[in-house]
Design a protein around this ligand. Structure first.
Ligand SMILES: [Zn+2]
Length: 359
């Protein structure tokens, strides 16, 4: 063989090798799995930690639209960690909204490929009741600094809330094993769809639309005032300046007004009751009933989204506290000894409410 032939052959062989390697990379599946990360990661322990305790997402619930009847409640989001683009969110606070949870990390190639679609979903459906939450789950230590993540979120043009899940709390709770994983929750906070990897965007959009429409018919006219906006956050000093002493004691210090003393205990006009702190509409007089307890009582709020319920174990009693979803004010408690149609008794403090007459 001549020298030129050898060179030509070498070039061809090199081209074949390069083509094979590149081709394999491109056809590699669309996820970035923690198992694989063990091989190329500088920080295999973190990646191992990410999978060790995880109950894997059951295979039969992947890529399937799960009916409301067989859907299970979604695990809570990680608490007491930094949020970007938002105050801390809870799933209870997001009741009434469709929630798309995206498990990602900013340096994952496959995750980045999904971002244009997620950003489009956010722009198109946020006003209509969709909240996207990016759960930034790091693979490397360099992905754990909040300032680094904040910079990446800004550079990538992400406007939706992002939470740092550095200890894999949410990742494990959801049984996630690979980046990216998308989980879509309905308005009641139940998991209705899971997809692992890139793609399936049309399916995801269809499910978002379906879930946004769910429940609209049944609640028409009742939940037209369903609260979908941002929370109001103020310092205690600001609340003190805004509320009178009794309102502050009840709404911020979770006090209770004396029975039979409130303005709305024996009050029978037609209208709506608003939060005395932030004016969010809470109860309609049509849902008010005589409980004989000495406090204004309702069998349902105007919309489930407008009140937030939390277990309250103060004074050795297990009660469910009712809070305003917009400003977090304590309103009262809810008990399950109410009348039909709900069987619930929302026992409210008059001082936490403000009445607006309607004809
Ligand atoms: Zn309020």
């Amino acid at each position: 063989m001549s020298r030129n032939t050898i060179i030509a052959l070498s070039v061809i062989i090199l081209a074949v090798v390069v083509f094979t390697v590149v081709g394999r990379t491109l056809t590699r599946d669309s996820t970035h799995s923690a198992a694989r990360a063990n091989f190329d990661s500088h920080d295999a322990s973190a990646a191992e930690g990410a999978t060790a305790a995880g109950a894997d997402v059951p295979a039969d619930t992947r890529d399937v639209f799960i009916s409301a009847k067989s859907a299970r409640p979604a695990p809570a989001l990680v608490k007491n960690v930094p949020w970007i683009n938002s105050d801390p969110l809870t799933l209870e606070g997001l009741r009434g909204r469709v929630v798309l949870v995206d498990f990602w990390t900013f340096s994952c190639y496959n995750c980045r490929n999904t971002l244009p679609t997620l950003k489009r979903f956010d722009a198109s459906y946020r006003e209509r009741g969709l909240t996207i939450i990016g759960v930034q789950t790091p693979e490397f230590d360099s992905e754990k600094q909040v300032e680094t993540v904040r910079g990446q979120v800004r550079t990538l043009g992400i406007k939706y809330p992002v939470v740092l899940d550095n200890d894999y709390v949410t990742w494990r709770a959801y049984g996630v094993q690979a980046w990216p994983t998308v989980v879509i929750l309905d308005k009641q906070g139940r998991i209705r769809y899971t997809h692992i990897g890139e793609g399936a965007y049309d399916m995801q959009e269809k499910i978002i639309k379906t879930l946004l429409a769910e429940g609209e018919k049944q609640s028409a006219g009742v939940s037209q005032d369903a609260y979908k906006g941002e929370k109001i956050v103020k310092t205690e000093a600001e609340w003190r300046a805004l509320l009178n002493a009794e309102q502050y004691r009840v709404m911020r210090d979770k006090g209770t007004e004396r029975a039979f003393t409130g303005a709305y205990n024996d009050h029978h006009e037609n209208g709506v009751y608003h939060c005395a702190a932030c004016d969010l509409v809470l109860f309609n007089s049509k849902a008010k009933f005589e409980s004989g307890t000495g406090w204004p009582s309702f069998f349902q709020p105007v919309a489930a989204a407008n009140v937030t319920e939390e277990v309250d174990s103060a004074y050795g009693m297990k009660r469910t506290e009712v809070l305003c979803s917009r400003c977090g004010a304590h309103l009262g408690h809810v008990f399950d000894d109410g009348p039909p149609p709900t069987g619930l008794r929302y026992c409210m403090n008059s001082v936490a409410l403000k009445f607006n007459r309607q004809s």
